[in-house]
Design a protein around this ligand. Sequence first.
Ligand SMILES: Nc1ncnc2c1ncn2[C@@H]1O[C@H](COP(=O)(O)OP(=O)(O)OP(=O)(O)O)[C@@H](O)[C@H]1O
Ligand SMILES: [Mg+2]
Length: 394
Amino acid sequence: MSFRAGPSVFKDRSKVSFDYIPEKLPHRDAQMQRLFSMFRPVGDSGLASNAFLYGSVGTGKTHTAKRFCEDFRLYANKQGRGFDHVHVNCRQKMGDDAVLLHILKHFDARFPDRGFSIPEKLDSLRKWLEKQQVHLAIILDEVDVLLKKSGSELVYTFSRFGEEAGKGNVSLILISQRRDSIDRLDAAAMSTFRRTNAVEFPKYSEEELADILKTRVGLAFHPGTVDDKIIALIADIASEYGDARYAIDLVESAGSAADAEVADEVGPEHVRIAKAGVTQSDLQERLAELDRNQRLVLLGIARKIRKKTYITTGDAEEAYHVVCEEFHEKRRAHTQFWKYLQDLDAMGLIDAKKSGEGVVGKTTMISLPGIPAKTLSDKLAEMVTKRSKGGTFG
Ligand SMILES: Nc1ncnc2c1ncn2[C@@H]1O[C@H](COP(=O)(O)OP(=O)(O)OP(=O)(O)O)[C@@H](O)[C@H]1O
Ligand SMILES: [Mg+2]
C-alpha cells in the first residue's frame, strides 16, 4: 500500500524522546559546576572523587550526570588524562554481580555472562583500566535498589579501587531520589564517601520548566507550531511536580494529538488530551527496562487487580498464564514466575507482602503502589503487542 504522509508539527521527534540527552541543561549550571569542582582533581592530578546526587523524579539527575561525564572527558583529555564513564541502572541490573557484568560489557561486549566470580570480574576491570589508561566514572543510578539488595560492599570496593597504586582510578556518582539513601552505606563505605559530596536537585519551578520546554520545543518542533501560551500551560501543569520529564512527555503527546487531527499547531485542547493520557512519573521509562517475561507477569497482575486492592500470588500466576496464552508466549515454570515477582517487587512496580503471619499456609499478597491498574495494563499491552508483531526475533 502507499502511505499518506501528512504534515507533522514535529521537525525531529527524537529530541523529545526519553533517551535524548540535551547538550545543555538549563537551570542545572550550579549542579554541573559543583560536580566540576569535585571532579577537578581527577583531571588535574588523577585522584578519585565521589558524588551523591539526589532529588525527586524528573529533576535531571540522570541526564546531568551523563552530560557532565561527557563534558568532563574533554576537560580531562586536555589535561592529558583518559576519562571514561559507564552508567548503571541499578533497578535494572540488580545485585553486585550484574552491576559488575554491565561495567565489563562496556569494555568488552562479549564478556561472558557466566563463569567469572566477583573477584575475577574486579580483576578484569582493573586490567581494562590499566590497558586503556582511563579513569572510570561509574554512575550508580537508583543506587538505593543496589544498597537494599546487596549492601554497600561494592560501593566500598569501588571507592577504594586502584588505591594500591597510590591513586584511585575509579570515581563514583551515586544517584537516588531520596537524600537518606546515602545513610544505607555502612561505616566503612561512609568514611570514604563524604557527606559534603551531596548535590541537591530541587524540583523545577514553573518558569524553569517553561525555559526547559522552550529549548526542547525549538529542537523538536517546526517553528510556529507551539506557541508560548501552550508552553506556559504545560509548565503550569507540570509545576505541580517540578518534573521535567512530565513536561516533555506532555509536549510530545500534545504534538501527537495535533498530528492526529492534522492540525497546523498545538492547541490547548491537545494539551488537555495529552494530560489525560500521560502519567506523571517515570512509568514509561521503567516499563521500557523490563524484559518481555516481566512485562507479561506485570500485565497479568495489572488486569487482575483492576477492581481489587490486593490479589494473591496464586491469582497473579493464573492471570499470567492467561496473558501468555493471549500473546502466544510459552509460560515459565513456577520458580521462574516467583523470580519475576521478586524482580518487580524490588523495582517497586508491585508491592508484595506476606499476609496472615502465623497462620498456616500464609500467602503473599500483591498490591500496586501508586500506578493506576488501567494505565499500567494499557501501556504494557501496547508494548507486548508491538514486540509480538516483530516476528520470531522481534
Ligand atoms: N534542566 C533540564 N534541561 C533540559 N532537559 C531536562 C532538564 N532536566 C531534566 N530534563 C529532561 O527531563 C527528563 C528527565 O530527566 P532525568 O532522567 O535526568 O531525571 P531524573 O532526575 O534522573 O529522574 P528520575 O528520578 O525519575 O530518574 C529527561 O528527558 C531530561 O533530558
Ligand atoms: Mg534518573
